[in-house]
Design a protein around this ligand. Sequence first.
Ligand code: NAP
Length: 248
Amino acid sequence: MSDLNGKIALVTGASRGIGKAIALALADAGADVAFTFLSSKESAEALAEEIRSKGRKANAYQSNASDFSQANELVQKIIQEFGKLDILVNNAGITKDGLLLRMSEQDWDAVIGTNLKSVFNFTKAVYRPMMSQQSGKIINITSIVGITGNAGQANYAASKAGILGFTKSVAKELASRNIQVNAVAPGFVDTDMTAKLTDSQKEAILKVIPMRRTAKPEEIAAVVRFLASSEANYVTGQVLCVDGGMVM
Ligand SMILES: NC(=O)c1ccc[n+]([C@@H]2O[C@H](COP(=O)([O-])OP(=O)(O)OC[C@H]3O[C@@H](n4cnc5c(N)ncnc54)[C@H](OP(=O)(O)O)[C@@H]3O)[C@@H](O)[C@H]2O)c1
């Protein structure tokens, strides 16, 4: 559990949900944690305090993950403040669901920008620093929907499928530099993102989960913590589905 002692992690979109659970899990394993949020300042400050109370360093940064220059400046700032960066978790994400027939260009751009371009932004920003230190872990949060597709989520599924191709390509680029790049594909997790689904949508989803239950954010975070640890040093370019058996 203390494998991440001395490591510095950056988690995007950690004010709530899965990102928050990841930030806490990495801190519990010994890492100092920098994390971003878009608008939930109060919850972000509360999380930073919670991590500090565990004896770890923590800073919350308000930053729009879809903005290329903001991401680049932020990574430089974090490296100055924390001394280095060992682990990047690209977690920030949104949904703007609707059948393609009704999907606006804005809904497409917003989802691709926040979910996919953000992964490019932050990975590019850590690329050189991680190459120079000859080590690093990059973990991208995708979704099983990126593998299976889902009616009403063409934008979301495209963004998550894009993350898969990106993860495997960058894993190949960085493998010889001792930097492992992997993706975690959650199924249905209890967070604000899924709270907006209707009861009938939730019932339909439960029917197709072999384990017949949804995931807790902590169950996704545990897998991220594993991939961030030295126990996963020989794992790269992989997509780990954490979905109660939905995708086999
Ligand atoms: N929940 C699921 O069932 C599920 C399943 C598969 C994959 N995922 C993926 O898991 C990740 C986390 O999802 P979640 O369910 O935890 O979502 P959530 O509860 O809605 O939380 C989203 C987080 O992302 C942040 N965020 C949103 N837009 C941002 C932006 N432009 N820049 C920076 N941060 C931004 C939010 O910050 P604010 O609080 O400031 O808004 C918040 O911290 C997403 O990538 C999602 O696609 C979720």
